[in-house]
Every structure is written in C-alpha cells, then in structure tokens.
Design a protein around this ligand. Structure first.
Ligand code: BES
Ligand code: MN
Ligand code: ZN
Length: 492
C-alpha cells in the first residue's frame, strides 16, 4: 500500500484508524491526536473491554473523526519484537482488504527493541508498504479477491520532526522497493525468471538507480574459465549469466561484496529431486534476487559505502549434456571438484562467484544462498544460518538482523569438517554427505574464498514460506535487503 508519514492526518477522510496497543497498556498520550478523538478512543477501549492481548482485534464505529477505530492487540510490551510489529502490519493489510478500507491511518506508540523512534518509524512504514503485497502478475481472473488501492497514513511519535518524517518516508520507500524486487523475482515462475531475465532486471535496476552493471554471457563466462557455473549450466537450454552491479560513491571508506546464488530452477539435475514440491525450486534464485534488491536500495539511498553486488545464474536440469556424478570440474580458481551429487549445484556456481569476489580484494564478502535443505532441518523458517571466518563481522550481521527482524544464527565452520569433503580424485568433492550438511556446504564455499572477512548466509529456510504466516503471504519473503541495508549503514 501507499504509506505517508504524517503527524496530523485529516481524520474525517480516514475510513479506519488502527491503534496498536500492548497488553493492559494505554499509551494514548504518546499518540499525537486531537483531544476529542483521544477521548473517543479511550471510551472505545473501555466500552469494548479491549485488553491488548496478542491477536485481539476490535473495530468500532466512531462518532467523530475517522469512520471506524480498530484496536489491535500486540501482547505483552516486554515481548514486543520487530517480528510482532511485522505481524501487526500484515494483519492491518488483511483487515483493510477484507473491510475494503481504502483510506487508513496507523498509530504504533512504541519504540521497537534495538531501534530508536526514527528507525522504528522507518521499519513500520516499510512493513506497511508490504502489508498488502501480492504477486498477481499472472492472474487473469481476480473476481474472488479483487485488488485494492489502500492509502495509509502512519502517525509518528511527536519526537519525529516533519523534516525527519519526510526523509524517513523516502528511505522506507527505497527499502520497500528493494524488498519488492526480491519478492517479485522470487515469486516469478521459472519459465519467466530465467538467468537472462534475472540479468536484464539487474540492468534495469542499475539504470533506474545510477549503478553500473556488467553482464557476462556464456562466451565471456567460458573465457573467464568459470568451470563451476558452466558445469551446472550444461544440462540447461538457457544460457548462464554472471552479473556485477556496482555502487561506487567517491567518499566511501569501505568496500563490501554481496554475492548471490541464482539458480532459477533447481531440479537437482541428474541426481534428480523427488517431484513432490519440486515447484518450490523456482525460489532457488532468492540469493541473487537479494543482491539485486539490496543494490537497488543502496543506489537509491546513495549509501556512502562502496558496494559490489555479484551473482551467478543458471538452471540446474538433467539432459544428455548435463554434468554427472563422477565428473571432475575445474573451477575458475583452478581448484578441481569431484561431483558426487549434481543437486549440490549452488556451491558449484558460488565457487566461481566467491573466487571472483575475492580477486576484487573487498573489506568484506557476504553471500546469500538457498544452499541446503540441511539448514532448514537445523533452523526451520525462523532464522538463516550464518557462517563466518570473522567473529566481528558475524556479530555485526547478527545485530543488524535483530534490528530488522531477519534473524541469523551462527553455525560453526571448523577445519575438522573439511574431512567430509575430501576427495580421492580431485581437490574437493561437492557433497560431504548427510551429516552437518549446511556446515560442509559452507566449508566447501570457504575453499574458494580468499578474504579474511567473509560471511555466508544460508537462506534456504527463510527466503520463502510454503503457506501464509503471521508476518507475510505465501511465497518469497524478500529476505536480505533490510538486513544488508542496516549492516551497510552501520559501516558508513
Ligand atoms: N536448493 C537446494 C537447497 C534447498 C532444498 C533449499 C530445500 C530449500 C529447500 C540445494 O541446491 C540442494 O539441493 N542441496 C542439497 C545438497 C546435497 C545434495 C548435498 C540438499 O540440501 O539436499
Ligand atoms: Mn540443488
Ligand atoms: Zn539449489
């Protein structure tokens, strides 16, 4: 929805005013409201017996100001997290759509943990922009749930000046735009979001936000000897792409490379996956999408950090020319890999992308990949797996994630795990077997990284949801953008 930040909206034009309240808390004084409206809300709370429990919601007709007042419970204030706020925003989107409210206002009289009033306002605004997100590019019959244009006013705390409000609104829009790019690309079907299309989208984003973008086609990828990417691509009729997006402001002190896995469909290849839920493997490019979306926001916000976004893209399909178990592949780094499972393709394309990133000598390399089912087994959908050779970087990323509700959980990458990917026939093999699958995948990637400050983020469990959750609709979550923007801001 379209969200404005405005301390004194014209309430007479508002259909529903949403007031978010923690349990047994009545912080109405903190919401800048006309006195008569505040009195109206107080009365409504009393008459309705509203307590503010989690998921409690009451809508009442107002006698003045907006047509309706909706009270939404947030649960205990001590348990008020960013994720609770995101769920509240999602709930507001659903209620508005159900009630066909096209003009709403929202007051959230709290400061989120690890945030201040400004970042709370920015984050909540961004969540609200996404609260009615849907991917409907391919729906031709929409009678059941027609689309609705919702205009929303977010009422900030009085400590936010009108100048701040303007800036915050611009920033929230830029962040939400990047997140939307990730969600749209992720939700897009594999026959549309091909490696070529992914690269085209990167070019579009670069043009719109003043980034530079280089796209390498198959011939150029061959010239660069990216054997990992080419091996995975051999089963596909679609050409691979290798893409570099760059934001290079003059005053930047640090350089960060963000690398993404862009498998636009992962069938497993010759080591084919079971057909059940294979359709979800269109999301296997969400790491690359996170790179594109982050670069879009970074370009729009003109963050004073040198950021290079890199992704490798291909399909992973079986065919008469596909790479096979037993094959030995020479990667761009010169290291050879024995293929034991063609379904461990993400690490093959990342071996080249991470090696390439290392040659640029950045201060930090951070990669995003829907890399392993094992990571989903370990952490489910509540956190992404974090692997890093730099504890300082790991801590900063974890903190940035906490601030925006994109949790990271650190996993080990100890030397001993290398034993599992030792090969008799090549320098390494591409699968370490069943145990510690997320870790051995990370350790494999580490073989191709030459950078003292690298982090690998396994988003296999967090990049999309199988069904609607409290926080978002089914499909791509847009993970990565909010996390990276906060992290990059902390470096600036
Ligand atoms: N894209 C998958 C990982 C994945 C699986 C993400 C399920 C989300 C949900 C990846 O390419 C893959 O297939 N990994 C294998 C590795 C194994 C063959 C070593 C896996 O996790 O099973
Ligand atoms: Mn796979
Ligand atoms: Zn994959």
């Amino acid at each position: 929805m379209d969200v404005q930040i405005q301390p004194d909206p014209k309430f007479a034009r508002i259909d529903t005013l949403f007031i978010l309240l923690a349990e047994k808390d009545r912080p109405l004084d903190r919401i800048p409201l006309p006195d008569d409206l505040r009195g109206e809300i107080r009365g409504a709370i009393e008459r309705s017996g509203f307590e503010g429990r989690m998921d409690e919601g009451i809508t009442i007709l107002a006698t003045r100001g907006p047509k309706k007042i909706a009270l939404i419970g947030l649960g205990k204030e001590s348990q008020l997290t960013v994720r609770v706020a995101k769920a509240a925003a999602h709930g507001i989107g659903k209620i508005s759509r159900r009630n066909r409210s096209t003009s709403i206002a929202v007051a959230f009289p709290y400061t989120l943990p690890d945030n201040d009033p400004l970042t709370t306002t920015r984050l909540f605004t961004d969540f609200l922009i996404h609260a009615d997100y849907r991917y409907e590019a391919h729906l031709t019959v929409r009678d059941l749930e027609p689309a609705l244009d919702i205009k929303c006013v977010y009422i900030p705390p009085s400590s936010v000046s009108s100048k701040d409000a303007k800036r915050i609104a611009t920033e929230a829009t830029a962040i939400a735009e990047g997140v939307r790019t990730v969600r749209d690309l992720g939700n897009g079907p594999g026959n549309e979001v091909t490696p070529t299309r992914l690269a085209e989208r990167a070019v579009e984003v670069a043009r719109q936000t003043g980034l530079t973008c280089k796209v390498f086609d198959k011939k150029q990828i061959e010239k660069m000897k990216m054997g990992g990417l080419l091996a995975v691509n051999r089963g596909s009729a679609q050409e691979p792409r290798f893409v570099i997006l760059e934001h290079a402001p003059r005053k930047a002190k640090r350089t960060v490379c963000i690398v993404g896995k862009g498998i636009t469909f992962d069938s497993g290849g010759i080591s084919i996956k079971p057909s059940e839920r294979m359709e979800e493997m269109k999301f296997d490019m969400c790491g690359a999408a996170a790179v594109i979306g982050t670069m879009q926001t970074v370009g729009r916000l003109e963050l004073p950090v040198h950021v290079i976004g890199i992704f490798a893209a291909t399909e992973n399909l079986p065919s008469g020319t596909a790479y096979k178990p037993g094959d030995i592949v020479k990667t761009m780094s010169g290291k050879t890999v024995e293929i034991v499972n063609t379904d461990a393709e993400g690490r093959m394309i990342l071996s080249d992308a991470l090696h390439y990133a290392s040659t640029l000598r950045p201060d930090h390399i951070i990669d995003f990949a829907t890399l392993t089912g094992a990571c989903v087994v370990a952490l489910g959908n509540e956190a992404s797996g974090l692997f890093s050779n730099d504890s300082d970087l790991a801590r900063k990323l974890i903190e940035s994630g906490e601030k925006v509700g994109e949790r990271l959980w650190r996993m080990p990458e100890w030397e001993e795990y290398k034993e599992q990917i030792r090969s008799e026939w090549a320098d390494v093999k591409n699968s370490g077997g069943r145990w510690a699958g997320a870790v051995t995948a990370a350790v494999f990637l580490g073989e191709f990284v030459d950078c003292p400050s690298w982090a690998h983020i396994d988003i296999a469990g967090t990049a999309w949801t199988e069904s609607e959750t409290a926080r978002e609709r089914r499909g791509a979550t847009g993970i990565g953008v909010r996390l990276m923007v906060r992290f990059l801001e902390s470096l600036a």
